[in-house]
Design a protein around this ligand. Structure first.
Ligand code: DMJ
Length: 641
């Protein structure tokens, strides 16, 4: 019998460590000795490497400046006396230089001592039996569990609450507009009430089968996605009984300690975004607590070699992975690039910089990377830090990454100039390579695939009309007028994509190919699943221009939804917008209540409801307040609501 120790060296197989019961006692003893030797060798090599790194790597403390200095600004709990970060490079001279040297020497000594201690401990460990080591690990585990439990019970620290303006009202003066707004509220009630009866606690509703529904983005658990997503819409519509019902379910039932693999992005934008918005609007602590509990469960997703998070994470085990369909095992730009707003608010509310650091790390990494033609590809491998396929889109896979660059700047009260610069650079490249005019004069945003422009625009990309309008103010070389115009052109194109169908509802994606303009060609692209992006763009354009056409177009969409998507058990998507007899898909998406109905309601409200200089909407339409830091009150005091 060949034993592992007798394998030839050239066999390149490392003998497996034999931790099982000994079959040849003498031979096993020999093996143990060599194992220990190898382990010691590895350990000392590692320590030597650390020493080398410490002495030879550039001394980062000399250049250290914390990103944008935003940590101090956005995290009010950070004690300035404990080495507050100064947003500027500082040089060291004279007596300071001497003090600096002493400090360096002290640090080196400390590291030396630590390494020696670690070596001693490692030697000690090797003397211990397997059982002893196991017992030690178990004790450590218990300690961590205990700490987590105490942490859960600890109340969150007091926090300055931004002044919250315009969370009620919005009554329009015009009678006709008021009636339209009432109609939207009635549609919300229909969607909510049916979910309440037939789908309560499930993620979504099947309005025709009249039962709960879910998809893999929410994992295998019933996490009440519709409840969390709908809360702030209920609140601004003044549906307070329904809001309280939802709150009670969240208090009593919503539990994130479940063995379920969820999408980090979806859970962030719908759950964390929804809970934070509900917290800011209502002031109810429970929403903040739940948001933080969930955020803690998402953190293990960032444990990758690059810090770019996995697309999915198991809420219980913390194990992460990527979608099987994503190019080269990559994470998706629109997913890992759409965490910033929520994570900054989490750090702001908890005083814990961990969330802020995770998203700033992503930003720094992206900044360092080469971008083909200045464009960000949609795929990035979290193990290697390399781009996957060169595919760039402002629709699915890319969309909300650009949106969050702009909104990071807006949310920081326009102080996060780095985010604004990244947005401006990205939009310039997009305009140069992706935005074209069709023969018939429609401006569209195509998709860039390996150097080739595909003349296809997704429904998702229609959100960009609103984004261009929102970013107009503050744009480079005073191109505000240009970007407002570009936003209006995208709105017109997307309206055409609705208008050229039988149901007056837009397809999932449409082409610009010869005579074909703004029309879906493939059967698989003809569906409408109650998506909000076109109405979202109408609303932003309405706020910035007050051109009545946007209310008119929004109303057309509302009527079409009412006529073709409403069923007695709620609202359903349709499979073919070009067929005058709609076939329903039997799903009431949670974003219909979070976004589509909210944007419609806002379109028929006056501008003082959630004014845009005080609120920034996350990509799921959950409003988060601008952090005007000069203008804050302590949470012990009643926040201005
Ligand atoms: C929403 O969940 C969000 O808007 C997201 O950014 C992409 N689109 C869906 C709705 O269409």
């Amino acid at each position: 019998m060949t034993t592992p120790a007798l394998l030839p060296l050239s066999g390149r197989r490392i003998p497996p460590l034999n931790l099982g019961p000994p079959s040849f006692p003498h031979h096993r003893a020999t093996l143990r000795l060599s194992e220990k030797f190898i382990l010691l060798l590895i350990l000392s090599a590692f320590i030597t490497l650390c020493f080398g790194a410490f002495f030879f790597l550039p001394d980062s403390s000399k250049h250290k400046r914390f990103d944008l200095g935003l940590e101090d600004v956005l995290i009010p709990h950070v004690d300035a006396s404990k080495g507050a970060k100064n947003p500027g490079v500082f040089l060291i001279h004279g007596p300071d230089e001497h003090r600096h040297r002493e400090e360096e020497e002290r640090l080196r000594n400390k590291i030396r001592a630590d390494h020696e201690k670690a070596l001693e401990e490692a030697k000690e460990k090797l003397k211990k039996s397997r059982e002893e080591i196991r017992a030690e690990i178990q004790t450590e585990k218990n300690k961590v569990v205990q700490e987590m439990k105490t942490k859960e019970k600890k109340p969150l620290p007091p926090v300055p609450i931004p002044n919250l303006i315009g969370i009620n009202g919005g009554d329009p003066e015009d009678n006709d507009i008021r009636k339209k707004r009432e109609k939207i509220k009635e549609m919300m009630k229909h969607a909510w009430d049916n979910y309440r009866i037939y789908g309560w606690g499930h993620n979504e509703l099947r309005p025709i089968a009249r039962k709960g529904h879910s998809t893999n983005i929410f994992g295998s658990s019933q996490m009440g996605a519709t409840i969390v997503d709908a809360l702030d819409t209920l609140y601004i519509m003044g549906l307070h009984d329904e809001f309280r019902d939802g709150q009670k379910w969240i208090e009593d039932t919503l539990d994130f300690s479940v063995n379920s693999e969820v999408s980090v992005f979806e859970v962030n934008i719908r759950f964390i975004g929804g809970l934070l918005a509900a917290y800011y609007l209502s002031g109810e602590e429970i929403f903040k607590i739940k948001a933080v509990q969930l955020a803690e469960k998402l953190l293990p997703a960032f444990n990758t070699p690059t810090g770019i998070p996995w697309a999915m994470v198991n809420l219980k085990s913390g194990v992460g992975r990527n979608w099987g369909w994503a190019s080269a095992g990559s994470s998706i730009l629109a997913e890992f690039g759409t965490l910033h707003m929520e994570f900054v608010h989490l750090s702001y509310l908890t005083g814990d910089p961990v969330y802020y650091k995770k998203v700033m790390h992503i930003r720094k990494l992206l900044q360092k990377m080469d971008r083909p033609n200045g464009l960000y590809p949609n795929y990035l491998n979290p193990r290697t830090g390399r781009w996957g396929q060169y595919h760039t889109s402002v629709g699915g896979l890319g969309d909300s990454f650009y949106e969050y660059l702009l909104k990071a700047w807006l949310m920081s009260d326009k102080t996060d100039h780095e985010a604004r610069k990244m947005y401006d650079d990205a939009i310039e490249a997009i305009e140069k390579h992706l935005i074209k005019k069709s023969r018939g004069g429609l401006t569209f945003i195509g998709e860039w695939k390996n150097g080739h422009l595909e003349k296809k625009m997704g429904h998702l990309a229609c959100f960009a009309g609103g984004m261009f309008a929102l970013g107009a103010d503050g744009s480079r070389m005073d191109k505000a007028g240009h970007y407002l115009e570009l936003g209006a052109e995208i709105a017109r194109t997307c309206h055409e994509s609705y208008d050229r169908t039988a149901l007056k509802l837009g397809p999932e994606s449409f082409k610009f190919d010869g005579a074909v303009e703004a029309v879906a060609v493939r059967q698989a692209e003809k569906y409408y699943i109650l998506r909000p992006e076109v109405i979202e763009t109408y609303w932003y354009l309405w706020r910035f221009t007050h051109d009545p056409r946007y209310r008119q177009w929004g109303w057309e969409a509302a009527l079409a939804i009412e006529k073709y998507c409403r069923v007695s058990g709620g609202f359903s998507g349709v499979k073919d917008v070009y067929s005058s007899t709609p076939t329903h898909d039997d799903v009431q998406q949670s974003f219909f209540l979070a976004e589509t109905l909210k944007y419609l309601y806002l379109l028929f409200s006056s501008d003082d409801l959630l004014p845009l200089d005080h609120w920034v909407f996350n990509t799921e339409a959950h409003p988060l307040p601008v952090l005007h830091l000069a203008n804050t009150t302590l949470s012990g005091n009643p926040a201005v609501r």
